[in-house]
Design a protein around this ligand. Sequence first.
Ligand code: DNO
Length: 355
Amino acid sequence: MKMTFRWYGEKDPVTLPYIRQIPGMTGIVSAIYDVPVGEVWPRERIAALKAQIEAEGLSFEVVESVPVHEDIKLGAPGADRLIENYSENIRRLGEAGVKVVCYNFMPVFDWLRTELNYEWSDGAHALSYDHETMLELDPGKGELSLPGWDESYTKDQLQELLNAYASVDEEKLWSHLKVFLDKVIPVAKSAGVKMAIHPDDPPWGIFGLPRIITNEENLNRFLRLHDDPYNGLTFCTGSLGASAANDLPTMIRRFGGEGRIHFAHIRNIKRDGEKNFVESAHPTAYGSLNMYEIMKALYESGFDGYIRPDHGRMIWGETGRYGYGLYDRALGSTYIHGLWEAIATERKSHHEIAN
Ligand code: DNO
């Protein structure tokens, strides 16, 4: 596995020199953030970002995200041109040495939470999701806490978009996803870029919008839509783990064993009832996910892709981008490293004894 860290560019309060001091850190996950969704990223901008990252001794091989325009997900008339632009971005990123692109196919919203400053008993702050609260919110009134939502729609635009999705049910969304994959994956393959879809977070439909990248059956359906190693997954433990029905180690062994997991987002969450959760510290003891079993499944499935600590809590007085501070993600990274080193060492010594 190759340890990476997400960085939001110049505006990120967490700096590259700090990131490089995290033990075992090898690469940066980033993107060009200010080009409107659907447009082509200028080559010079990609090159400048790469140079800036490499100047700190880190690699730039993973992009998160190249966002998919809503018209592609809606199957709207302009979708073909937008898919062509998307493909051009993949070609350009491949030329710049990028190996994996993470993206999602969630209608309108990216990750959704109801509280950005949930306070743990030790004073740490984290993001949380409460389903009852979410159901009471009216997205048309701009009442949402949307840490992952980079779009700035006006209320009217948002309402229009929500109306447009009224005719797109899950099956339609699947068919639009297939149109997208059938065009983009061959381009990605020839550009040497592995596509890695991010699961829906949380993994269930909200506000009547369809969400389809949610569980083992649907991940399998996704992989068969365009059955090629370049059509793969970002395995996000926190997103998929929000549903207790998802058996993460089993899913990792299955899809990782097929060589279809290209990127792993590792974090823990504490579930409370069926559809409520709080983001917790990374170690197993703090949440509902068994991180040792997750890392063991990755190791045993032969995972050699990119990995990053996902959302951290805000600790030690740090302020900054929700979920993306330095301290707790750095602790997460070190913890993941520790698990991996222990698992690898144990497996190697077994192997040596057996031979
Ligand atoms: C949240 C992230 C997501 C992810 C996108 C990928 O922290 O994991 O916003 O980047 O869904 O397109």
